[in-house]
Design a protein around this ligand. Structure first.
Ligand SMILES: *[C@@H]1O[C@H](CO)[C@@H](O)[C@H](O)[C@H]1NC(C)=O
Ligand SMILES: *[C@@H]1O[C@H](CO)[C@@H](O)[C@H](O)[C@H]1NC(C)=O
Ligand SMILES: *[C@@H]1O[C@H](CO)[C@@H](O)[C@H](O)[C@H]1NC(C)=O
Ligand SMILES: *[C@@H]1O[C@H](CO)[C@@H](O)[C@H](O)[C@H]1NC(C)=O
Ligand SMILES: *[C@@H]1O[C@H](CO)[C@@H](O)[C@H](O)[C@H]1NC(C)=O
Ligand SMILES: *[C@@H]1O[C@H](CO)[C@@H](O)[C@H](O)[C@H]1NC(C)=O
Ligand SMILES: *[C@@H]1O[C@H](CO)[C@@H](O)[C@H](O)[C@H]1NC(C)=O
Ligand SMILES: *[C@@H]1O[C@H](CO)[C@@H](O)[C@H](O)[C@H]1NC(C)=O
Length: 480
């Protein structure tokens, strides 16, 4: 009898203890903190860690896809009509970007490396071969005409162009436009400007080359610095965030994220194509291959006009000369070529750019830049960087080649550089996410168990209090 009572009371005490433990764990957040500290120790660039392997040789395949805009009415455009384009693509390249010449410094707190990028054409992921022809604006010619439009040599250049038959538009293969071709006009100009390169290509010299040495933090001192760039070619990366000087930021493309990302986070990335750094904000929750993630994307203010975002004043060049929302004049970092960057199909740009060209159909899901990150580990689950290259075309009186063309920002090509997490990493991450779910729920399990034991305790107490006679009467009923 005494033993029985003792058991009942211990149940009660035990249930109270479980409840107290469970509730205090919930209130003190001990398990999420513990989990965070475990992850923080794992995320460091050190020879032998998984994070180092993934950083040195990204396991997920990266694809670079190009979509060109084939101009269908060149003669009418020269007469002042609105240009009409047809989107043609994708032309897909697999991008390899291993870290090379890796060496550690300052007791393992920093690491230097060069990032060599190689592009291999993928015929079966492409619409056609690299020899497909695209008719588009003649970028070397436009650049030369813009450069010399007020010079006394303009008429000489113009007659030279007439003799070679070069005009405002040209038809070239995909391979030539991307990786370079010898341009007759540039070659001729080399005579007076020997420092000029006579090869033109949108990604000329980008293949199998690197852009110099990076110094990264390993994250050993502070996990939030994991794989963050410290310096690039000796320049402090701090300059990249703040400077409008594109030659300071045109080196790198990429982003690194630390573990335990929150929805309030602002993610910074650099983009050499845009000649500037970008930021992205939380947009929505996503699931990628079964793993939870937060989707971040650049808000429209990033490219907004001055009225909406005065911080963009630095991108109105020359000072005060603003083109409008959603487009960026990057002429200064493209050797003076009148290149204008935007989102594909002028997504998030002023409506006038969309209206100025037949064939633009901006769509959020196809044309926005996104990055999906697992919040616990900071792993990139999926990302797509989408950028369009346009040329600023206008009538230049000293060059009859420009005819009566109307002033327009003419799209040439857009690219989608994308990556999705590989299956081997998915398996590893799933284990971590499962552990997270179990560990985070331990306090709630304790509380549940406490409530259950409390219930049993009360039930037993009630039974105990029942007078012996009634209990005796009921016994046969219960056992029958
Ligand atoms: C990492 O360790 C391997 C094997 O011990 C060694 O061959 C390699 O050079 C090391 N790498 C670096 C960057 O220290
Ligand atoms: C590396 O660690 C040693 C011993 O802790 C210390 O004396 C030395 O100053 C450190 N070197 C650097 C570059 O931090
Ligand atoms: C890039 O370089 C690699 C190796 O040099 C070569 O195999 C590949 O075909 C090149 N890609 C392009 C697009 O030229
Ligand atoms: C682009 O347009 C030109 C001129 O009309 C044409 O010759 C070419 O075949 C088109 N390109 C593709 C890939 O359809
Ligand atoms: C940035 O790119 C431009 C044009 O491609 C080039 O002239 C310049 O040297 C680059 N800047 C650096 C620091 O490499
Ligand atoms: C700036 O953008 C806003 C919103 O797109 C627009 O209403 C406004 O007219 C623009 N201002 C200028 C000066 O273009
Ligand atoms: C773009 O910027 C350059 C200087 O960097 C300037 O000369 C040119 O006029 C600008 N283009 C437009 C369309 O504003
Ligand atoms: C890249 O973006 C384009 C345009 O939205 C889309 O058609 C293509 O499927 C995307 N590629 C990948 C690999 O997601």
């Amino acid at each position: 009898m005494l033993l029985k009572l003792c058991c009942i009371y211990s149940t009660g005490v035990f249930s109270m203890l479980l409840l107290i433990a469970g509730i205090s764990m919930v209130l003190s957040n001990v398990f999420p903190h513990f989990l965070q500290s475990v992850v923080e120790k794992e995320i460091v660039l050190k020879n032998g860690t998984l994070a180092f392997d993934a950083w040195e040789n990204p396991p997920a395949p990266i694809y670079m896809q190009f979509y060109f805009f084939n101009l269908t009415n060149p003669l009418e455009v020269l007469d002042g009509d609105k240009p009409a384009v047809v989107e043609i693509g994708p032309y897909t390249y697999r991008e390899y970007r291993p870290m090379e010449e890796v060496s550690f410094h300052e007791n393992g707190t920093k690491v230097t490396a060069v990032n060599t990028k190689t592009y291999i054409f993928q015929p079966n992921m492409s619409r056609g071969p690299e020899s497909d022809l695209i008719r588009t604006v003649n970028i070397p010619a436009v650049t030369v005409m813009e450069k010399f439009k007020n010079s006394w040599v303009a008429s000489f250049i113009s007659s030279y162009m007439k003799s070679t038959g070069e005009g405002l538009f040209t038809t070239r293969t995909v391979g030539e436009l991307l990786w370079g071709y010898e341009d007759e006009l540039l070659k001729a100009l080399k005579v007076i400007r020997p420092e000029l390169d006579d090869v033109f290509g949108l990604f000329y010299k980008s293949n199998a080359s690197n852009d110099g040495e990076y110094m990264f933090f390993t994250g050993q001192q502070d996990y939030r610095d994991f794989a963050r760039v410290d310096t690039w070619n000796g320049e402090s990366s701090l300059n990249w965030w703040t400077s409008d000087e594109c030659n300071m930021i045109n080196g790198t493309n990429g982003a690194s994220f630390h573990p335990v990302i929150t929805k309030n986070e602002t993610l910074y990335m650099f983009s050499s194509d845009l000649c500037r750094s970008l930021y992205a904000l939380y947009e929505e929750d996503v699931i990628v291959k079964g793993i939870p993630g937060y989707r971040f994307s650049p808000p429209s203010e990033v490219f907004a006009n001055l009225t909406v975002n005065p911080a963009n004043a630095g991108f109105c060049v020359p000072a005060g000369n603003c083109l409008g929302s959603g487009v960026l004049n990057v002429s200064a970092c493209k050797q003076g070529a009148p290149i204008i960057m935007s989102s594909p199909h002028f997504y998030q740009a002023d409506e006038k750019f969309v209206q100025d060209v037949f064939g633009m159909k901006p769509k959020k899901e196809h044309h926005e830049t996104t990055i999906d990150i697992n919040p616990l580990t900071g792993f990139v689950l999926q990302a797509a960087k989408r950028i369009q290259i346009n040329v600023y075309v206008e009538k230049i009186p000293t060059f009859s080649q420009t005819g009566n063309v109307r002033t327009v920002v003419l799209p040439v090509v857009y690219l989608n550089e994308s990556v999705i997490i590989d299956d081997a990493s998915v398996t590893k991450l799933k284990v971590i996410v499962l552990e997270e779910n179990v560990v985070v729920n331990i306090p709630f399990m304790l509380i549940g168990l406490g409530i259950l034991l409390g219930g049993i305790f009360m039930f037993l107490m009630c039974r105990q209090k029942i007078p012996e006679s009634t209990a005796a009467e009921r016994q046969p009923l219960l056992s029958s």
